[in-house]
Design a protein around this ligand. Sequence first.
Ligand code: ADP
Length: 472
Amino acid sequence: MTKVLMVASEASPFAKTGGLADVLGALPAALNACGDDVAVLLPRYGAMPIHSAKRVSDFPIWMGGKWYDAALLRIDKGAAYYFLDCPSLYARNGYYNDADGDFPDNHVRFALLSRAALEISRRVFRPGVIHCHDWQAGLVAAYLKGRYSSDPTFAGIKTLFTIHNLGYPGRFLPEIMPEVDLDASQYGVHGVEFLRDVSYLKAGLYYSDELSTVSPTYAQEIQTPEQGFGFDGLLRSRARSLVGILNGVDYSEWDPQVDKYIAAKYSADKLAGKRACKLDLMREMGLSNEAAGRPLIGIISRFATQKGLDLIETIAHDLMRLDISLAVLGNGEPAYEEMFLSLAKEFPKRVATRIGYDLKLSHKIEAGADMFLMPSRYEPCGLNQIYSLRYGAVPVVRATGGLDDTIDESTGFKFREYSAAALLSAIRTAVDSYADPVGWTARMQRGMRMDYSWLASAKRYSGLYGSLTGSV
Ligand code: ADP
């Protein structure tokens, strides 16, 4: 049994923009079920459904020569979730940015989160391991190995840093160092410096005792110059401390047998409800009934370069020459929002685009779609393709990272080369296969019976904690 404090910027259902939140929403409870004792620290953002939270204590934090007036709140939901309430830093509409771009004080906002983790370890919950997620929690290990290295309070606490996405370095000007209490001696190749800036991600990668990422293939890919974002050299040098542990799925939320958002329940053995879900989705998104017999392709995505949307843009018109319809949900880069909106305008009966973030619709698309498209340039793990398996929305994916690890030729369709032609060819193969209902149903059912529940992954994390603290 290890006491673990997780530090992150998102956890479902409290705050979510992507897969990180799904992990922090489910893994802690799975670990507790394995016998560990896990608590989670998050910022308390402006719009957050935590009205039942209890105030634990005032929690003033001293950083960079000034006091931050904060408080600590707590909710128990499969694990103890602590929220750092510091309205001057977090009580805003966005988590990281607003319409004007990234918040200019993000370096302070997430440094304070790391400092709060250490203060919690001192005053509230003493962990054997602090498990940090992505750049927002990158400074924990830098503080432990820097200004707190001689403080006996923290002696023996180990750190695990999990990379959910290497593409976000948390990069700031070196001048911020005194403001966030980083020692000048930590600026350098052997420290927080990255391309003459400070990178909170680099801090996590360099100072943490152990590193992990969210799929075995991504663990290999990030050690290459192509996928390393400049960190590949460091990661190669730390290869013996780097493991890939696949994310799991919370099937109490993502399973058509229990999903509270969808029109009809169904399962691999009782597929009838899936058609009702398809019709419901088409009605809701305004797609023509005439399209009900043809394959409906779903896309749910952050509209970021990572997601391979440029490939879809290139083949959009070839795609529409196939006998398919398209249901798209996402938001992000305006050029991609525009691209999907104009495709819907051009083909109103067959393409429906919703711009925005919509949890309910995301469930309905999984349930209603026949195929699910994820042509990612890179994908650390990817969750939607795993959800898609369970919903019988056959994944069409690029063979990269976690997509490669979770989808095979018997459950989905894969292409390897990052090219529009390869994507189109994979979609063509999928559409051709759809024409054979018996083969298609068998493929769906194979996917629906795959089991990616958290238990296996939680056991691996638990083993990692045990080996870090020397208890196994
Ligand atoms: P990433 O973390 O890179 O965004 P993942 O596939 O790991 O990709 O996780 C994405 C998660 O975010 C899934 O749970 C998906 O359903 C959700 N999601 C992404 N975009 C939207 C959106 N526009 N509306 C609702 N949910 C979304």
